[in-house]
Design a protein around this ligand. Structure first.
Ligand code: AP5
Ligand code: MG
Length: 215
């Protein structure tokens, strides 16, 4: 299964991708997670990306395309992959098409998660992520352990730097201007399946799974 999860910040791409990894045994490729790892490692690419990420802007296309191109060539992507947060611009979608063509592959489906703006803000301000294992939680909708630590490994939870309300609003604007056109792009290719991302986490997952079973 070669899948793209599309949707605005906080739509649930990472949450759903992590559940699909367990179900399908294929990797999640999150450009956001890979860029945050580069920032943490203070690599030259990470240092450059940090400025864009802190303001809620996109990192330049050539940087993310380069990361994804390398990642898709790894062995664990042979049976498929879940792209989470990529592509995010029309040039990125064109580049993905080229990279997949070089590898003799094609996308199977693009699932777009639709969520109201107010709900997105609530989801992002309440999001917490385990600093040790990366598992995501929400203080209200998917609470961590009773001690306020990660339910899976007991690690300390962190609040993402770009989950401040002012940066969230900027990320939403960027989404509408630069990423939303991909809905039409993939609709025209007959790949887009839009689903109601306002449902609770497991209902969204069930809907994605039934879409993928029909592909
Ligand atoms: P990235 O990390 O991709 O952030 P994003 O797209 O803004 O999306 P989020 O990770 O914030 O949201 P999500 O949809 O994964 O939601 P989640 O599942 O966590 O990118 C960060 C930055 O990196 C970008 O701003 C940019 O600078 C750069 N970047 C990354 N990719 C790039 C690219 N391709 N090109 C250029 N730049 C790039 O859920 C959110 C919360 O809601 C969680 O707490 C969760 O528990 C909760 N939740 C999830 N589903 C539900 C539900 N159904 N009901 C209730 N709560 C729910
Ligand atoms: Mg995410």
């Amino acid at each position: 299964m070669k899948l793209v999860l599309l949707g605005p910040p906080g739509a649930g791409k990472g949450t759903q991708a992590a559940m699909l990894v367990e179900k399908l045994g294929i990797p999640q490729i999150s450009t956001g997670d890979m860029l945050r790892a580069a920032v943490k490692a203070q690599s030259p690419m990470g240092m450059k990306a940090k400025e864009c990420m802190d303001s809620g802007a996109l990192v330049p296309d050539e940087v993310v395309v380069g990361i994804v191109r390398e990642r898709l060539q790894e062995n664990d992507c042979q049976a498929g992959f879940i792209l989470d947060g990529f592509p995010r611009t029309v040039p990125q979608a064109d580049a993905l098409k080229d990279v997949l063509a070089e590898l003799g592959k094609d996308l199977d489906s693009v699932v777009s998660l639709e969520v109201d703006t107010d709900a997105l803000v609530e989801r992002l301000t309440g999001r917490r992520t385990c600093g040790a294992c990366g598992k995501g939680f929400h203080l209200k909708f998917d609470p961590p352990g009773v001690d306020g630590k990660c339910r899976a490994c007991g690690g300390e939870l962190v609040h993402r730097d770009d989950d401040k309300e002012v940066t969230i609003r900027n990320r939403m604007d960027v989404y509408h201007q630069q990423t939303a056109p991909l809905e039409d792009y993939y609709r025209k290719e007959g790949l887009l399946q839009a689903i109601d991302g306002m449902q609770e986490i497991f209902a969204v997952q069930q809907q994605i799974v039934s879409i993928l079973q029909a592909v």
